[in-house]
Design a binder for this molecule. Structure first.
Ligand SMILES: [Zn+2]
Ligand SMILES: [Zn+2]
Length: 302
């Protein structure tokens, strides 16, 4: 059962929708509209933009995109939400590019030893590690689009912000890819569920438990540190701020309650109860997470 009006009917068969773009002219039409003022052009201007002189052929392909991806309003063909999302998926870069970034200094400091961490990027995965501790602090996918129109330093900052946001949303049950419902469950390690050796070098494998987040509508899944739940609590964030720790000034890899296994303790597994300690200059903020990943108690010690 769904909350949508008609039980989520398919207006177009999903495979047919993708098949539509097997002809390059159709993508060229979408890109012409993307580049146009207000994402709209009259028929003749799209035809000129894509340089297709055969009007019959052009009309046929434009017709295939109407009305789902493009719609005609007052003599203009206007890019629709679905058309925007096709462009967005392409511009994320994941389908056609796989850039690499050689190890370079990352901002902030390793929470274990204070050394400047290292950022590198390959196979759509960004990794921040500490060469001094020989520890992988954070690793998470980042779309190649993140490096466009940014300096490398700005791209690393964007990776930090975006990952924080994605982890908070996913652990809160909302998929940022498709808006679907995410199931959030504790696991001791990704290797409990994964049978393909993809997590043999998982950055949080020293932690006693992590979240397995899995979208019930699309293919999005991930394993993320449980401590990220603290970032979504105004009470915890406020308490840390009163003790001089502004989490908005800190990179994800600098937050001990996200990266340090010593800050996480499993107290129960049936139902799950996990304690995450956020160290402060004078004591600890102890946060308990319940079976559904929500915060059930916050205890501050000076
Ligand atoms: Zn270190
Ligand atoms: Zn999804």
């Amino acid at each position: 059962m769904t909350g949508a009006d008609d039980d989520f009917p398919a207006d177009i068969d999903p495979q047919d929708a993708f098949q539509l773009f097997s002809h390059e002219l159709r993508l060229e039409i979408l890109f012409a509209l993307w580049n146009a003022p207000d994402y709209a052009l009259p028929f003749s201007e799209i035809q000129a933009a894509v340089d297709e002189r055969d009007s019959g052929k052009f009309t046929y392909h434009l017709g295939k995109l109407t009305d789902h991806f493009v719609t005609e309003i007052d003599g203009q063909y206007v890019l629709q939400y679905a058309g925007h999302r096709v462009i967005d998926a392409i511009q994320s870069g994941v389908f056609h590019t796989a850039p690499t970034v050689s190890p370079t200094d990352a901002p902030g400091a390793c929470p274990h030893c204070g050394t400047t961490p290292t950022f590198e990027y390959a196979n759509h995965l960004a990794t921040v590690s500490c060469t001094e501790c020989e520890t992988k602090l954070i690793e998470y996918p980042f779309d190649p689009g993140g490096f466009q129109d940014r300096t490398l330093a700005a791209a690393i900052e964007a990776f930090d912000e975006r990952t924080k946001y994605k982890w908070q949303m996913a652990s809160g049950g909302i998929c940022l890819v498709c808006a679907g419902r995410i199931s959030v469950k504790y696991v001791r390690s990704p290797t409990e569920l994964d049978r393909h050796d993809r997590y043999t070098d998982f950055f949080a494998d020293d932690q006693p438990a992590v979240f397995h987040v899995s979208c019930q509508n699309c293919s999005f899944f991930s394993y993320i540190p449980v401590g990220v739940r603290l970032l979504g609590s105004p009470k915890v964030v406020g308490s840390l701020a009163r003790r001089g720790i502004d989490v908005t000034d800190q990179f994800l890899w600098e937050l001990p309650f996200v990266t340090d296994a010593d800050c996480v303790a499993v107290e129960e597994t049936d139902p799950w109860r996990v304690q995450v300690d956020a160290p402060t200059p004078t004591g600890t903020i102890a946060v308990t997470l319940g079976d559904d990943a929500d915060i059930t108690s916050i205890t501050e010690s000076l």
